[in-house]
Design a protein around this ligand. Structure first.
Ligand code: ADP
Length: 167
């Protein structure tokens, strides 16, 4: 059984993440999407909320599981007997950071955790969780960025009424 983990903040999950999840789920027998519970950041959604959102957004993908972790990815991967991490690459700006992360994880795990990159679908290359939050916080249209139920949750979090949205 080929298993992989797709780790990330997913605060919130976007169509870009969902595209990577769908494509990676076609490559591996089991894909575990794991929410990083980073105590150093103040997220819009708690780790539990992000897990719930991801479960709903991936419910049509039977080999995708959703989990959450804190601490080092290499420890989580070792405990779950996973040897591949999936990451998405949007542009050259992601590359330097992602390459360093991949090499660090490889080194720290003694070569037991490899990273597989999936190039972003061009349609979603511009998308980031932070820009989605910024647009939503001003009542802008995020319907092209996240599933409808996620958009509703984001607007609600920012206290934006449906009538205030600039759609
Ligand atoms: P992190 O805080 O770990 O970067 P993110 O939730 O922002 O977490 O992203 C998780 C992974 O998804 C990263 O590999 C990131 O490059 C990738 N990613 C983010 N946005 C997109 C997108 N629009 N298309 C494809 N991959 C993306």
């Amino acid at each position: 059984m080929k298993r992989a983990v797709y780790p990330g903040s997913f605060d919130p999950v976007t169509y870009g993440h969902l595209d990577v999840i769908r494509r990676a789920s076609e490559v591996f027998d089991v894909l575990i999407v794991s929410v990083l519970n980073n105590k150093g950041k103040t997220p819009l959604f708690s780790a539990e909320e992000r897990v719930k959102i991801l479960k709903e957004a991936t419910k049509d993908l039977p080999n995708v599981q959703v989990d959450c972790f804190s601490g080092l990815l290499i420890d989580y991967a070792r405990e779950n007997n996973i040897h591949v991490a999936v990451r998405g690459l949007r542009a050259i700006t992601d590359f330097e950071y992602e390459l360093q992360l991949a090499q660090t994880n490889s080194k720290l795990s003694g070569g037991r955790l490899d990273t597989m990159f999936l190039a972003t679908n061009l349609e979603y290359a511009y998308l980031s969780s932070s820009s989605v939050k910024e647009i939503a916080s001003f009542g802008g249209d995020i319907s092209q960025c996240v599933p409808d139920f996620v958009a509703d949750m984001i607007y609600e979090r920012y206290g934006i009424e449906k009538s205030q949205k600039t759609v």
